[in-house]
Design a protein around this ligand. Structure first.
Ligand code: SAM
Length: 281
């Protein structure tokens, strides 16, 4: 899998003469003010810096995979920080590419439409829908070649996987959010006498961490079984975010029987009935 090493807008390091050294050269301060990443007088607070760094880094990682694609979707887009910065830094000069931002909260869609219109970003389409509804939304094309989902809550990341598979995505980038589903399922699962493994999730905090870990292991194996080459890494240093696991998947073959067997063996040990499988059955 190729890896970006440079700012997609320029190979230069952030401009030392730039008013704000954290911005990439040419990055629109007006857009960042509209997104409330910069204050009205152009300052960056600690939280905004974290968000900015995270999105810049993600843009850098994903853009090599988007080159030449026609349709890209950002799922659970929220305030569309990713979509807007991706447009500003990369899509602006790629007239062949259209970005679809899917978000279930109407008020966020309205606010984003306003920013897009003021910024003359005419190749982002905001769709007020859940990710699952968007799979069959008539305005969306049948194929969406790349899918991103940044901090899509709990099982919304599983909806993003289902969306990507149904839309035949060649490339998927997921940064999962708080996963509660598997911790809940582990808690509800019948206790097996003599099974020391249960110590891994006996305490609530371990259950959440182990549940989250197991969820992402299963998601990654599942994507592999569906023919993707998967790389799991951290998005950015832990000082920037606690929700930091990045799953990158690139379609390389129709299916992978070996990964399927490994997934089945894992699911035999953890027969949890996750939504991921319900959505993809
Ligand atoms: C934590 S926010 C992240 C927003 C954005 N991706 C970001 O990283 O800044 C999660 C967003 O996903 C949306 N969301 C959650 N579940 C969803 C679903 N099933 N379908 C569509 N949007 C969803 C929420 O409304 C929220 O705006």
């Amino acid at each position: 899998m190729s890896k970006a090493t440079s700012n997609p807008k320029s190979d230069k390091k952030p401009d030392s003469k730039s008013e704000i050294a954290d911005l990439w050269p040419g990055q629109s301060t007006e857009l960042l003010k509209s997104l409330h990443i910069l204050t009205r007088d152009g300052k960056l607070n600690q939280d905004s810096r974290r968000k900015l760094k995270q999105v810049q880094h993600l843009v850098q990682l994903i853009t090599p995979h988007l080159e030449g694609l026609t349709n890209v979707a950002d799922l659970g887009a929220g305030k569309s920080y990713l979509g807007f910065m991706l447009y500003d830094l990369w899509l602006r000069e790629r007239p062949e590419t259209k970005l679809w931002a899917i978000e279930k909260r109407q008020e966020l869609i309205q606010a984003c439409k306003l920013i897009a219109s003021r910024s003359h970003f005419d190749r982002i389409e905001f769709v007020p829908a859940t990710i699952l509804e968007a799979v069959s939304a008539p305005e969306l094309p049948e194929t969406i070649e790349a899918v991103t989902a940044l901090h899509a809550c709990d099982t919304a990341t599983d909806e993003a996987i289902a969306f990507a598979l149904k839309k035949n995505a060649k490339f998927i980038a997921l940064v999962p959010c708080c996963q509660a589903e598997v911790a809940r399922l582990l808690d509800a699962a019948p206790k097996r006498g003599g099974d020391e493994m249960q110590n891994l999730w006996r305490h609530g905090i371990h259950r959440r961490e182990f549940g989250s870990h197991l969820t992402n292991v299963i998601r990654s194996l599942y994507l592999e079984s569906r023919g993707y080459k998967v790389r799991v890494t951290e998005l950015i240093g832990w000082e920037h975010s606690m929700k930091n696991e990045l799953i990158l998947a690139e379609k390389v073959q129709h299916a992978n029987g070996q990964a399927q067997k490994q997934l089945e063996a894992l699911l035999e040990r953890f027969p949890l009935g996750m939504k991921l499988f319900e959505l993809n059955s």
